[in-house]
Design a protein around this ligand. Structure first.
Ligand code: PHE
Length: 463
């Protein structure tokens, strides 16, 4: 097992382990909770189209760059830059990553805690259907019921805090157990089960009467909404792509450092990106038909999943048993992501500050814990942090591709990507072109315009 920076370094054991852990990190609340409501708020199909372009053209090169940095250095994001670019300021990019992870981890774990509330409540709902009178409710009444539940839960003080702490402890437990015996082991079990359940749900949702409109909304690019605030929407698509792929903050530098030398990095990156994007679209397929069938506003926001899905479940044979299973599995998908965030901070503390893994884990949990509790208590803090990926991650991603494109020797990235010549990498020139020019220019340009348009919306006087 990995003990601080000394001894043999822990790693993922085989290809399936690598994919489970990486897909586990990428697939999570970002796909099932954040993606549908961001799509809903930004006009549907047009947003999806831009999103997919960003994922392919920018996401893949950034992800491969993180793998190259992590695996060649065999260290956490800060240590990695210190090792491969000694005596420079590049390690600050690693530091920016650790700070971004810190912030995202806090609000993410709050929302992950909500899934536990819903797991427990579904049990109550299943056991006492008469008490809640579900049988006599039509869809409008059901929607009202679940909306009320959501509001009263999230505005309360203690329950969100308790569930947050529970999530944090579960995450800590897995991370303390190590990369292979904790992270990999849990991801291999939790991810496949999650996928099967999601598919069943989609089948139910797309066959709902009146659901067709939801498919049109998701897949038909309609640029009317887009024209109102194109640059803000573009930046949100970029931020969502980074968030969903877990890139731009060194999570995949850290996981990359646990990938064994013989694994093919490009193939791994492509598989993870395809899996993550498919799951986001599948989640959209589960949600939008139901949203339209039940007359819910797709632009509702972060509460979309928590208010909408229970109504679909109640419409299925077996009813809220599905809700129970779904929220349990959403919680699993979230845990395979929270462990990847905690691992970044733990690797940083243990390797850079020379702590034991256990001490590093406990210290990280306590420090993130304060921030998380602040998020549960104030919707402003929560909203602020939830919006931060749009800005921090593209910035981190920009420096990562610039580093690989311009400062990391070309033959070194070739050596790493080809696993010292074991794989033919005819794509290397294309990769270099993407990380040198396309990705950095695109990110810089979109970032600048996006920030400009956000500022203009906040301070209209400047425009
Ligand atoms: N990619 C994860 C998701 O979509 C979130 C995440 C962000 C995970 C940052 C790790 C680091 O849910």
């Amino acid at each position: 097992m990995l003990q601080g920076g000394n001894g043999e370094r822990d790693s993922f054991s085989n290809k399936f382990g690598v994919l489970a852990a990486l897909a586990g990190s990428a697939i999570g609340l970002g796909n099932i909770w954040r993606f549908p409501y961001v799509v809903g708020q930004n006009g549907g199909g047009a947003f999806l189209l831009i999103y997919v372009i960003f994922v392919a053209a920018i996401g893949i090169p950034v992800m491969m760059s993180e793998f190259v940095i992590g695996r060649s250095a065999q260290l956490n994001p800060v240590g990695a830059f210190k090792k491969i670019a000694p005596g420079t300021k590049w390690h600050l990019v690693g530091m920016l990553g650790v700070v971004s992870v810190f912030i995202i981890f806090a609000f993410y774990t709050v929302v992950a805690g909500w899934t536990l509330e819903y797991v427990v409540q579904s049990i109550r709902w299943i056991l006492n259907p008469e008490k809640f009178g579900f049988a006599s409710m039509d869809n409008a009444a059901l929607t009202q019921f679940f909306s009320n539940h959501y509001e009263s839960f999230t505005s309360g003080l203690w329950r969100p805090i308790i569930w947050f702490v529970v999530m944090m402890l579960l995450t800590g437990y897995i991370v303390i157990s190590g990369v292979k015996n904790g992270i990999e082991k849990f991801s291999k079990i939790l991810m496949p089960v999650f996928l099967v359940l999601l598919l069943i749900l989609v089948l139910r949702s797309v066959t709902l009467e009146g659901g067709r409109q939801g498919l049109v909304f998701l897949f038909k690019p309609d640029f009317t909404h887009f024209k109102e605030a194109p640059f803000r929407i573009i930046l949100e698509a970029l931020g969502q792509a980074f968030f969903s792929l877990s890139i731009g903050m060194g999570t995949l530098i850290t996981y990359g450092s646990y990938i064994r030398k013989k694994e093919n990095l490009a193939g791994t990156a492509i598989s993870v990106v395809v899996a993550d994007t498919s799951v986001a679209i599948i989640a959209g397929l589960a949600i939008f038909p139901a949203v339209f069938a039940f007359g819910i506003d797709p632009g509702e926001g972060p509460e979309l999943v928590y208010k909408t899905l229970p109504v679909i479940f109640q419409n299925m044979p077996g009813g809220l048993i599905w809700a129970f299973m779904f929220f349990l599995l959403l919680c699993f998908a979230a845990i395979t992501s929270t462990i990847s965030m905690l691992e970044v901070i733990v690797a940083y503390f243990s390797e850079q500050l020379n702590m034991s893994r256990k001490k590093a884990t406990i210290l990280s949990m306590i420090s993130v814990g304060f921030l998380g509790i602040l998020c549960t208590a104030s919707s402003d803090v929560f909203g602020f942090f939830n919006a931060s990926p749009d800005l921090m991650l593209p910035l981190g991603g920009f420096f990562i591709v610039v580093f690989i494109g311009w400062f990391f020797a070309r033959d070194k990235s070739k050596k790493e990507l080809s696993s010292e010549g074991s794989y033919k990498i005819r794509y290397h020139s294309l990769f270099m072109f993407l990380v040198k020019f396309v990705a950095p220019l695109a990110i810089a340009f979109l970032f600048a315009l996006g920030v400009y348009s956000k500022v203009i919306t906040l301070f209209p006087g400047l425009g």
